[in-house]
Design a protein around this ligand. Structure first.
Ligand code: ADP
Ligand code: ZN
Ligand code: ZN
Length: 849
């Protein structure tokens, strides 16, 4: 039976830094007696409860405890030891910890990391624990006791008290020398003291056993069998798809691949061409992938791999490689020696849409040592994976944002692929952490390298790696920087040329379609050339700036240098424009303030509209939509992408998801349907983000033998971002952006803390925002704090899910947010809000909308 390995030596050698967040009477160090906050985690109840520590027990944060909960004994993790009880609790009703089941289950460094996150992001520790640990971690496991026969001297029982001797006898009477703690407690009087004695002598050990799989999960599978059955064309199609996938698939996968219903498959089964049968699904099961061997590296790749292998101590490596330059192969070959040294690697990817292809490449190389961990897994899958991750065996964990909390005891390398991607930042719920920031802390703790891979570095990353003499210095970084570049595509394939198409001229020429004449021509040729295309729309819906279709003028805030947001909440109200930084508002103009044209347009065409338009103009083209509407169900990313990769569609129409590492060699055409939707977001990062997204989408073209081309449609062809995308040179663009940020005092030259307030009560939330602003302002002035308070302003989308949202924004010098938060007591502000108003603190927000 596999066991929950509880090694007492689990990474305990490292010294934990004292967490900075110890408040008042809280103490982090081990203590005798006192109180302990325990995370009780059983199905249906997850929360922190306080228990008394009995005299004879010593408890440290991270220990696994056995505690009474309702009528049962359950497992829990010690979170914090406190010397005094909170006033709200009555000592008479607080129950005792029963025992320590296991010490050092989580290393002290792991708890220090959680404290650091809680502290930096002004979030209660419990909320960090919730993100980090999988639900139901402990409740499902059972405590067991087993003999350590080698440690027991002959005649040992003579020294023992009755209870201890009885336990020993019972254990010896059992074949494996092993019983559940529950059983021993029921059968031996005073079992607890007896056990303590035996544990102290080291004659028995205590461990957690994973829950048995009560009912293995069963699922229907379809297997192809040879037969001469006469099939209808549709049935034959389904059988062909099954054959192409190796003749064996889960029924639900086959249905998804073929867009058909189970009755069709049952009809085929009735004719004897396939059989349907139940089979056990292994949870967290990864489909086997044929193994591959390390590729022989290009010179640039080899240099990168060597440089990483030579690193000692914590470093931050920026692996800056153009799209298709083979970054993944560098990760793979950097990880191989780490595994050989007996350590593990953590690979973070932005979104699950990207993982199928990437995961397959890791599986092909490292096989069973690969685990996938992300929030789309079921609770059971997350639990299973978590258990595996706790083991000291070398492994590679691939996951999204929250996998940065994977409890790998021997971490040797962390990789963030597409490090610029904003999905590494959590917007809500709290903690609003950035996985890259947490990764930096973890790498510093584990003394290991952090690799940030990207074709389009985030400005924040860029500047730590390219400090410019003419810009102010930034606060010290936790890791030493190293720059590595992969300047060329594999096989010296050229980057696709990028053509910018001026949509104003299309309008003048009488073309009112959302596709320019050039794009129409390119789309029209796809089928005959047997090539594929990708069309990119930046969002599904809700894109909200207003621009002039005649001259390209964009309505902007006179104070803030961001575009104004179009509001039209109800049919009977007049549309108006608003700035979401400062609250400035104005009515929607009837004509362009610049050229007087009446053709003002708010942009908002989504993927659905593009797909409809495509169908109307090109009825022959086979289309797939790839956005969050079409990829809701589990496995649908993989299914959609593999359908496209196998040529089941000519055009893939999608959103941001397209930017994530799709590597389909037949794609020669990429069309960015409306670049303007990206350029004028009401956000100081709009330029940076637009550049990254367009460069990444463009990078999907021409990855195979056929050269690619990229068409960018825009009403602002002279926009500096468009020019930078077209010239495919990022250094110049990044320098300009940095200069602008500096001039406007935006990050990385300042730090921002966003206070998001929301409530179903429109008046209450506004008043609370105003009251908080007033009190913060008073404090700032009285203490002469070096910071600026902006707002309150209504959020870009004022009402979301029936809640009204208001924002306050604090802007302070880079590196000072944490001390400012302490001075302003931001973490305590929540308690000053009325119950109907909720407040989230977002430190270093990426999304200001
Ligand atoms: P990136 O992540 O930089 O966009 P990828 O890692 O996806 O690039 O690599 C692009 C393609 O080149 C992939 O199909 C990959 O298998 C292939 N490739 C990578 N390195 C090599 C190499 N050294 N030799 C041959 N093919 C390679
Ligand atoms: Zn403004
Ligand atoms: Zn105009």
């Amino acid at each position: 039976m596999p066991q929950f390995v509880l090694q007492p030596d689990l990474d305990l050698g490292a010294i934990a830094p004292r967490p900075m967040c110890a408040e008042g009477n809280l103490s982090y160090s081990a203590s005798r007696a006192g109180w302990v906050e325990v995370l009780v985690d059983c199905p249906g109840a997850q929360g922190v409860y306080t228990y008394r520590i009995p005299e004879e027990i010593t408890i440290q944060p991270g220990d696994i405890l056995s505690v009474p909960f309702g009528g049962q004994q359950v497992g829990g993790v010690a979170i914090q030891v406190t010397a005094a009880l909170t006033e709200a609790l009555d000592a008479a009703v607080v129950r005792d910890v029963e025992d320590v089941v296991c010490r050092g289950f989580f290393s002290p460094t792991y708890w220090a990391l959680l404290h650091q996150v809680a502290d930096y992001y002004c979030t209660p520790l419990m909320q960090v624990v919730r993100v980090a640990l999988p639900p139901g971690l402990l409740g499902r496991s059972q405590r067991r006791i087993r003999l350590r026969p080698d440690a027991i001297p002959p005649g040992a029982e003579e020294f023992l008290q009755t209870a201890a001797r009885q336990i020993l006898e019972r254990l010896r009477g059992q074949k494996q020398g092993d019983y559940t703690w529950n059983y021993l407690q029921r059968n031996v009087r005073g079992a607890k003291r007896g056990l303590q004695d035996l544990l102290q002598r080291g004659w028995v050990e205590s461990y957690l056993e994973p829950p048995s799989r009560v009912r293995p999960k069963q699922q229907l599978a379809v297997t192809l069998v040879d037969s001469a059955a006469a099939l209808s064309p549709r049935q034959q199609e389904v059988v062909d798809v099954l054959r192409r996938h190796g003749g064996d698939l889960w029924l639900q996968d086959l249905l998804q691949l073929c867009c058909t219903s189970s009755s069709v498959v049952r009809a085929i089964a009735a004719k004897g061409a396939v059989i349907l049968h139940h089979r056990e699904v292994l949870r967290a099961d990864l489909a086997p992938v044929p193994p591959d061997i390390p590729k022989s590296l290009t010179v640039a790749q080899a240099e990168a791999v060597q440089a990483i292998a030579a690193l000692e101590g914590p470093h931050q490596v920026l692996l800056h490689g153009v799209t298709g330059s083979g970054k993944t192969e560098v990760y793979l070959q950097a990880i191989a020696p780490i595994l050989q040294q007996g350590k593990s690697a953590l690979v973070l990817v932005p979104e699950i849409g990207l993982t199928p292809q990437l995961t397959d490449r890791f599986l092909a190389r490292f096989g069973g040592r690969v685990r996938v961990y992300h929030s789309a897994l079921s609770d059971g899958e997350r639990y299973d994976t978590w258990r595996q991750m706790l083991q000291a065996t070398p492994q590679v964990v691939i996951g999204t944002r929250s996998a940065i909390f994977a409890p790998l005891p021997q971490l040797g390398l962390i990789v963030l692929d597409e490090e610029h991607d904003s999905s590494f930042k959590q917007d809500q719920p709290a903690p609003c952490y950035h996985a890259r920031t947490v990764a930096q802390w973890r790498a510093a703790q584990a003394q290991c390298p952090l690799i940030l891979g990207t074709a389009t570095p985030a400005l924040d990353t860029w500047i730590t790696h390219h400090p410019a003499a003419n810009l102010p210095p930034l606060p010290p970084q936790p890791l030493r920087p190293l720059n590595l570049t992969l300047p060329d595509r594999i096989h010296a394939r050229p980057l696709p040329p990028i053509r910018v198409i001026d949509m104003r001229q299309e309008l003048q020429a009488g073309n009112r379609s959302i596709f320019s004449r050039s794009l129409q021509q390119a789309l029209g040729q796809l089928r005959q050339k047997r090539q594929q295309g990708i069309l990119f729309m930046h969002r599904r819906g809700h894109s909200t700036f207003v621009s002039c279709r005649s001259c390209g003028y964009v309505m902007e805030c006179p104070h803030c240098d961001v575009s104004l947001t179009y509001h039209h909440t109800q049919a009977e109200t007049v549309p108006y424009l608003r700035c979401h930084y400062c609250g400035y508002g104005r009515s929607h103009p009837d004509q362009c303030p610049d050229c007087g044209s009446p053709y003002l347009k708010h942009f908002g065409s989504g993927t659905q509209r593009v797909a409809q338009e495509l169908l109307r103009q090109f009825p022959d083209l086979r289309i797939l939509r790839y956005d969050s509407d079409t990829t809701r169900t589990k496995g649908s990313h993989r299914a959609l992408l593999s359908r496209f990769a196998q040529g089941e569609a000519d055009v893939l129409v999608g959103t941001q998801m397209l930017t994530k590492g799709i590597d389909v060699p037949q794609v020669t055409l990429v069309g960015i349907v409306a670049a303007d939707g990206l350029l004028h977001l009401a956000d100081y990062r709009a330029g940076e983000r637009a550049f990254q997204i367009m460069t990444q989408v463009a990078g999907r073209a021409g990855r195979g033998a056929e050269p690619g081309q990229v068409l960018v449609q825009t009403y602002s062809p002279q926009h500096p971002v468009i020019e930078a995308v077209q010239s495919q040179k990022d250094a110049g663009f990044l320098a300009t952006e940095l200069a602008q940020r500096q001039a406007l005092r935006y990050p990385p030259f300042s730090q921002i803390v966003l206070l998001r307030l929301s409530s179903p009560d429109a008046a209450e939330v506004r008043q609370t925002a105003e009251a908080l602003a007033a009190s913060l302002q008073t404090r700032i002035q009285a203490d002469q704090l070096d910071c600026e308070l902006l707002g309150p302003a209504p959020a870009a989308i004022l009402r979301v899910a029936r809640r009204y949202r208001w924002h306050l924004l604090l802007k302070c010098p880079a590196g000072s947010a944490q001390s400012l938060a302490a001075r302003l007591e931001l973490a305590q502000l929540r308690s000053r809000c009325p119950a109907v108003v909720s407040l989230t603190l977002d430190v270093d927000p990426l999304n200001l909308l």
